[in-house]
Design a protein around this ligand. Structure first.
Ligand SMILES: Cc1ncc(COP(=O)(O)O)c(C=O)c1O
Length: 474
């Protein structure tokens, strides 16, 4: 294993080779949990391939269609190999994204009266949404709470005769917490099927499906290597897929369907879950993206983004020591243990009040620092992080007419309590200087917050920030 300094140099080289446009545009891109950034060689190779090929709809039988089918087959195999999944046991259904993969499971899982849907409070809405199918078919829904570091308590997998499902993220898209993958076996031993949301985990962590054996895994490829958008996958055990009962059929999913008798028979392969024409042109880029990650090395990527996370957290601590007061409130672990490269935080002013995240996000953006603000589609982790009283928050939410919701209104209704945070996340294109730019900005912002006149007189390097304490305005 290389040293941190060696890795830093390697990733600086990679940045020069594949991501020069970030530096040309002066952008410190720190939203890899939102989307990866595509390496330039990947899109060049893809464009070359398209210019050389004639590809047709894989549902036809002609030559160009056979070529497209071959591309799809190869992409399926490469995805299985990348995740160390035995080809006999596992298969890949291409979807539009991770959300669509979770929905495929939710809408077809055989929930019934007596079923349970167990999930961690720390889920993306695309997994929370599965509860609507569960409730609709008589299942009970059971959320496992989070502790102060936003780690999950042990879920209770009470035995059930009726088909039951457990869903959790391998890595939180809110706090970066990595939930124990041993939960997979625990749930399965209690008779539950398991949906592992690996969308935020797999861009910077190795996942072996020989070692971790859920029933279903959902991923989005643009999070792993930035391109293409619009392609994700449900990676599923073949026998688990066979237990799903699809609520409809579409072109490409059936062996046959008749109109007169209104009967149909679904295919028995992954294609039974690929509604209509798959995105065969973009799917052609997937093997190249996986190769690129393999070439850099998943363990190297993992170590590098861990270095950057530690650098950020230690810089926060050093800046706080220098200032002699708290600078940020980090939501989630402040150490490097069992966490990924996503850090959620809010800035504090001189007297410890939370600065409005939207204004900080905007000021960062004005000077080319791309971080994310809000709740990141993860209401459970947000509610735990901000300690919001659920009943009161619901009253506030319901008091805002439909179509008029804005986080600011929620914050006002909650007397200025924080209702969103900032999120910095790292990926293959990240380098040390990105972290340093963020830390400089934060230190400058916090020390001038509430004093725009002081900043206007010419002070710290930062955006034209006019943030005020959050009380009543967040
Ligand atoms: C953990 C997690 N799950 C699911 C999703 C949904 O991914 P997509 O929007 O690509 O469907 C995201 C997106 O950020 C995520 O971070």
């Amino acid at each position: 294993m290389s040293t941190s300094a060696e890795r830093g140099r390697r990733f600086d080289d990679l940045r020069r080779r594949e991501f020069t446009r970030l530096d040309e545009a002066g952008i410190a891109y720190l939203d890899y949990t939102g989307s990866g950034v595509y390496p330039e060689s990947l899109v060049r190779a893809h464009s070359d391939r398209l210019c050389r090929s004639v590809l047709g709809n894989p549902h036809s039988e002609n030559g160009p269609s056979a070529d497209a089918t071959e591309i799809m087959d190869r992409a399926r195999t490469e995805v299985l190999d990348f995740f160390d999944a035995d080809r006999e046991t596992w298969t890949v259904c291409f979807t539009a994204n991770a959300s669509a993969a979770a929905k495929l499971v939710g809408e077809a899982f055989p929930f019934e009266d007596g079923s349970r849907f167990v999930l961690l409070t720390d889920n993306h809405n695309s997994v929370n949404g599965v509860r609507e199918f569960a409730i609709g078919r008589g299942a009970s829904v059971d959320y496992t709470p989070l502790d102060e570091e936003l780690r999950a308590a042990s879920p209770r997998f009470s035995r059930r005769e009726a088909p039951s499902l457990f869903a959790f993220p391998a890595q939180s898209n809110f706090s970066g917490v990595q939930h124990p993958l041993t939960l997979v076996d625990e749930a399965r031993e209690a008779g539950y099927s398991v949906l592992l949301d690996a969308a935020a985990y797999v861009p910077t962590n190795r996942l072996s499906l020989r070692e971790v054996k859920p029933d279903f895994v959902c991923v989005s490829f643009y999070k792993m290597f930035g391109f293409p958008t619009g392609v994700g996958a449900l990676i599923a055990k073949r026998d688990a897929l066979a237990t799903l009962d699809r609520p409809w059929f579409a072109g490409g999913t059936v062996e046959w369907a008749t109109v007169e008798t209104e009967r149909r028979r679904l295919l028995t392969t992954a294609e039974a879950f690929e509604d209509g024409t798959p995105n065969f042109l973009d799917i052609a880029a997937i093997p190249g993206g996986l190769d690129l990650l393999r070439g850099v090395g998943m363990d190297e990527i993992h170590e590098h983004v861990s270095d950057l996370t530690v650098r950020l957290l230690e810089s926060f601590a050093a800046a706080e020591t220098a200032l002699g007061r708290p600078l940020v409130r980090v939501y989630g672990p402040r150490g490097s243990d069992r966490r990924g490269a996503t850090v959620a935080f809010n800035l504090l002013d001189e007297v410890g009040r939370t600065l409005p995240y939207e204004e900080v996000e905007r000021a960062a953006s004005e000077i080319g620092i791309a971080i994310r603000g809000g709740c990141f589609c993860n209401p459970g982790a947000s509610e735990s992080a901000f300690g919001v009283d659920a009943g009161r928050a619901l009253r506030c939410l319901e008091s805002v007419p439909r179509g008029e919701f804005h986080p600011r209104k929620l914050g006002e209704c909650l007397d200025g309590a924080p209702v969103g945070a900032l999120r910095a996340s790292f990926g293959i294109g990240s380098v040390h200087s990105d972290v340093d730019r963020l830390v400089d900005f934060i230190a400058g912002t916090s020390s001038t917050a509430g004093a725009p006149e002081r900043a206007a007189a010419g002070g710290e390097p930062r955006g034209d920030l006019h943030v005020r304490p959050s009380v009543g305005v967040q």
